[in-house]
Design a protein around this ligand. Structure first.
Ligand code: SF4
Length: 348
């Protein structure tokens, strides 16, 4: 049996055709699943009984258990969900002036090993299934009674290391008969898997791209992000330029400010040199410190000076508003705490 949430419209059409059914039923199915949010196939009223029985044989309508829900004073909510195989994943809901934004996880753990990241503390155990990424949106809506308007694929895992499932997820959430989340309201973030950036540039939906850059030179980036040893900044920049040329869309550059590591004025100047002439927007992010990591958050004055320098050099930049720092909102922090707790509990 497969999860009903793992099927895109085309997948449903192929399934229907294989049964000798009409293709248009795919649209009806999507409406039942995502608009009416059926809990049982018996709730479907416009399909014949034998077909509903077949759906019951082939698909499950699943849910996650919410193990923990933390709420920040700024309205950010962090969910710890248990998957059917017992693994734990995190999903974060942020309230913005433009709506409700959900940050989804794409893998259980992550192999990219970024030096500052709590998620990288646990190696990747497996990819998330498409349905498990879709369910994060549905579960957040269910537990909070809101309509998600924006999605960032920026939680635990490297989305382009689980490319096919993430692409199918994008098609499902974008479907106008279903969750109807506009492509321009969706952003996928990568640490720099260059071949996949090229592939993504040719993807037919107008989905946004964010790059976790975090350093202006190979010397610094090699220490922070092992992926840079395979695809260095020059190769990454070529791929970003290709994306911009193909899509005519602005790329977001994520840059976490780490005290004494990448937050000097020299770094800001090098970053401005690197990005000069590219259609990008730099998100400067205050670091949420991770107990197991030696890195510290940049001092407020240094963050401000970094920001001012980029502005002076005419780089589009914002210093991101911190969200959920009082609830371990840095990706992986809640999961890693909970896992430790679970291990301790087993040892007792
Ligand atoms: S920052 Fe992203 S890519 Fe890097 S280890 Fe963490 S989850 Fe993986």
């Amino acid at each position: 049996m497969k999860s009903i949430y793992g099927y895109s419209e085309v997948d449903f059409e192929n399934y229907l055709l294989s049964l000798g059914e009409k293709k248009f039923r795919a649209k009806q199915l999507i409406e039942w699943v995502y608009r009416h949010k059926i809990k049982s196939f018996d709730e479907i009223t416009n399909m014949k009984k034998s077909f509903i029985e077949k759906l019951k044989e082939d698909f499950t309508i699943d849910e996650f258990e919410c193990v923990k829900l933390q709420e920040s004073s700024d309205g950010t909510k962090k969910f710890l969900f248990r998957l059917s195989d017992g693994n734990l994943i995190e999903t974060v809901l942020m309230v913005n002036e433009y709506g409700y934004s959900v940050c989804v996880t794409s893998e259980v753990g992550c192999n990219m090993g970024c030096a500052f990241c709590a998620s990288g503390l646990k190696k990747k155990l497996r990819n998330l299934e498409t349905s498990e990424i879709v369910l994060q949106i549905l579960m957040v809506e269910k537990f909070t009674n809101i309509k998600v308007t924006n999605i960032v694929v920026m939680g635990i895992g490297e989305p382009f290391d689980n490319y096919d499932n993430v692409i199918r997820f994008l098609r499902i959430v974008n479907n106008p008969l279903g969750l109807e989340i506009g492509a321009r309201h969706i952003t996928v973030s990568t640490c720099g898997l260059v071949p996949k950036i090229y592939e993504y540039s040719d993807f037919d939906l107008q989905v946004n791209l964010a790059i976790s850059l975090h350093a202006p030179t190979d010397e610094i980036r090699n220490k922070l992000m092992p992926i840079n040893k395979t695809y260095n900044i020059e190769k990454l920049k070529e791929a970003i330029s290709y994306y911009i040329e193909k899509t005519n869309r602005r790329v977001t550059i994520e840059y976490i400010l780490l005290d004494g590591i990448n937050d000097t004025i020299d770094c800001a100047n090098k970053l401005a040199d690197l990005l000069h002439g590219l259609n990008v927007y730099v998100n400067l992010i205050p670091y949420n410190e991770v107990l197991e990591k030696p890195y510290k958050r940049s001092k407020a004055d240094n963050m401000r000076a970094f920001f001012d320098l980029l502005k002076k050099r005419r780089i589009n930049v914002q210093l991101r508003r911190e969200q959920g720092s009082d609830i371990d909102a840095a990706c992986g922090q809640l999961r890693s705490k909970e896992m430790k707790k679970e291990v301790l509990w087993e040892e007792e």
